[in-house]
Ligand binder design. Structure first.
Ligand SMILES: Nc1ncnc2c1ncn2[C@@H]1O[C@H](COP(=O)(O)OP(=O)(O)OP(=O)(O)O)[C@@H](O)[C@H]1O
Ligand SMILES: [Mg+2]
Length: 150
């Protein structure tokens, strides 16, 4: 399996607004490859672990409440430089800084509800993939697209 692995999670508003396909389509069209995908409700303790780096920030409780308020779509994505490329596709954290053309820049007005989480480093990706997926849920497969995208 070539390239890095990264973790992404579509926050609850994405299912509520029925724009899951829109977001997944942008990730796929870029040439990144889905190797795990599931809809789930995140238990509060798992969400707190996931966002542990922010536990002292003023927005932490509201963020955890939002992300546990309804089902999310969790995934593992692979590709050359997948971590940085996915962060670029997502755009800036704050929606007033996320430029048009990015997922957050095109699809939201609220920073807490900024559509998508994406791992920010190889260490975060490994940790987050381990929190959300068992190894058996991650699929190794060839689709022949490497010749076109890499
Ligand atoms: N000032 C803020 N007010 C409200 N919510 C915020 C604020 N800053 C960050 N958040 C929320 O916390 C999440 C985690 O913040 P972080 O600084 O890790 O940004 P990020 O790495 O771009 O986002 P994510 O970790 O979700 O991919 C943001 O995606 C956003 O939902
Ligand atoms: Mg982050």
């Amino acid at each position: 399996m070539a390239g890095e692995k990264t973790f992404a999670m579509l926050k609850p508003g994405v299912l509520q607004r029925r724009i899951v396909g829109e977001v997944l389509s942008r990730i796929e069209r870029k040439g990144l490859k889905l190797i795990a995908l599931k809809m789930m409700s995140i238990p509060r303790d798992l969400c707190e672990q996931h966002y542990a780096e922010h536990k002292d920030r003023p927005f932490f409780n509201d963020l955890v409440s939002y992300v546990t308020s309804g089902p999310v779509v969790a995934m593992v994505i692979t590709g050359e430089n997948a971590i940085a490329i996915l962060r670029m596709l997502c755009g800036a954290t704050r929606v007033n800084e996320a430029v048009p053309g990015t997922i957050r820049g095109d699809l939201g007005l609220d920073t807490q509800k900024n559509v998508i989480h994406a791992s920010d480093s190889a260490e975060s990706a490994a940790r987050e993939i381990g929190l959300f997926f068992k190894p058996s849920e991650i699929q190794a497969y060839e689709d022949g697209n490497e010749a076109w995208y890499v």
